[in-house]
Design a protein around this ligand. Structure first.
Ligand code: HEM
Ligand SMILES: *[C@@H]1O[C@H](CO)[C@@H](O)[C@H](O)[C@H]1NC(C)=O
Ligand SMILES: *[C@@H]1O[C@H](CO)[C@@H](O)[C@H](O)[C@H]1NC(C)=O
Length: 396
């Protein structure tokens, strides 16, 4: 039996979830978060045998979220009660000035949590001959470090030495998801920061834009994510920017063939080529001239003006097109930007989930919320392990 305080904190937790859900955008409102059937990311059972997720089972499910002994709801309730509010309002201020911060922080938490868990190891600068994850190739164009520093210094002013960089990262990413049109998800806190950075692991274990569906599912599987969770997490690619260098080979010289990736929809290929010229690739021109669109030209309903250098907008059909949904619909039309994105429709279970999310926005929102919770709890460090850094870039 639960004791009283535990019951109370559980109720507060539940209430906060419900309140946040009430504030969701219209898309999320379409379905009640709790009423339809869906599985816990912590259950490994096949879909068909997964239990209905009903309000009466809520208590049990919430307990399952509590996967790590010392993480708990509102961990800073006494040591720094304003912590979560400060993080939330600071991220919102950044966002007002620069909306691109939201996808940047979301990507950052993926890179942190995927490598040795959510321990803020990605934030460490290289020093004294210690390699940093930041210096591994997949880190390229990771951003948001300065913004984490600003949040951290505000927290250090209010409650010095209390709030970990790892908690800041997951909470800032949650706020970012919400701002980008994604779902709210509850998070426990109490993560601690690593004293190590793992540049080698970051180099080999992070998925590459060139990975095929087998590699992608293997890499996510090795972190405990099944196909459904993997496909839902990739929905993050409905927001943010992508630089041409990640797709040039795909557009001009796929696998050394001197031809584009045949899985790209031809109209979309033209559009991408018009944004990403072949300058960097040795083999191309006459066989595959890059068309120059007039600014107002619209290809298959896409306004090419929406795609700007130096990067491509991943939500190339406009930011009003919805977090997630458009991404999956585009994949079904051969309009994935990265090879790795398009590989999700290469057959098998991942394709089934692409289809499911393309046609059911609220299913996606729920699954994405669950998968983000799982990602944010992945192999966390809790006391007495790790430390609370006073500067997120350096170990104390
Ligand atoms: C197969 C797995 C994945 C691959 C190969 C991959 C690769 C990439 C690449 C190459 C970029 C472009 C970076 C740039 O041009 O600056 C990118 C951007 C991004 N990725 Fe992923 N990613 C993967 C999974 C994820 C996951 C699981 C998330 C989060 C849950 C995520 C979130 C993002 C976001 C939000 C951006 C936009 C960043 C920005 O606007 O600065 N990615 N990803
Ligand atoms: C903070 O949370 C803990 C554990 O849930 C609880 O025992 C404590 O009473 C809470 N403190 C405040 C001030 O709410
Ligand atoms: C990422 O690593 C490269 C070297 O591979 C380095 O030049 C770059 O500065 C790093 N990026 C960040 C954000 O630290």
């Amino acid at each position: 039996m639960m004791d009283f305080t535990r019951k109370l904190s559980f109720l507060v937790f539940l209430l906060s979830v419900l309140i946040s859900l009430k504030n969701q955008n219209a898309e999320t409102k379409k379905g009640s978060w709790f009423s339809s059937s869906y599985s816990s990311p912590f259950s490994k059972a096949p879909l068909s045998s997964r239990p209905m997720f009903t309000t009466s089972k809520m208590g049990m499910k919430i307990q399952e979220f509590h996967i790590s002994g010392s993480l708990r709801y509102d961990y800073y309730n006494e040591s720094c009660p304003q912590a979560e509010q400060i993080i939330k309002s600071t991220v919102r201020e950044f966002y007002k000035l620069k909306p691109s911060i939201a996808p940047q922080l979301l990507r950052l938490v993926f890179h942190d949590c995927f490598i040795e868990g959510c321990d803020a190891s990605v934030l460490l600068d290289p020093h004294d001959g210690i390699d940093s994850e930041k210096e591994s190739p997949p880190n390229e164009s990771l951003k948001g470090f300065d913004h984490i520093d600003i949040i951290k210094s505000e927290l250090e002013e209010t409650c010095p030495g209390v709030v970990s960089c790892a908690d800041i990262l997951v909470l800032a990413a949650r706020e970012s998801v919400l701002l980008a049109g994604g779902p709210f998800y509850p998070l426990y806190t109490g993560r601690r920061d690593s004293t190590l950075s793992y540049s080698e692991e970051a180099t080999y274990d992070l998925p590459s834009p060139q990975d095929d569906v087998v590699k992608i599912t293997e890499k996510f599987e090795s972190r405990g994510f099944d196909e459904r969770e993997t496909v839902s997490l990739l929905g993050a690619h409905s927001t943010g920017m992508i630089h041409c260098k990640f797709i040039l080979n795909r557009l001009y010289n796929f696998g050394g063939t001197n031809r584009p990736d045949p899985s790209i929809d031809p109209e979309f290929l033209n559009l991408l080529r018009s944004q990403c010229k072949s300058n960097h690739v040795s083999s191309t021109p006459s066989a595959s001239p890059a068309p120059t669109p007039s600014p107002s030209s619209s290809i298959g309903g896409l306004s090419s003006a929406l795609i700007q250098e130096p990067g491509l907008k991943m939500d190339y059909e406009g930011s009003g097109s919805g977090f997630g949904t458009l991404y999956y619909r585009s994949l079904l039309r051969g309009r994935g930007i990265l090879y790795a994105d398009q590989q999700l429709t290469a057959g098998g279970d991942t394709e089934t989930w692409v289809q499911a999310y393309a046609s059911d926005a609220s299913l996606f929102q729920r699954d994405f919320a669950m998968a983000m919770m799982k990602l944010s709890n992945h192999r966390v460090l809790t006391a007495p392990l790790g430390q609370v850094r006073s500067d997120c870039r350096k170990i104390d």
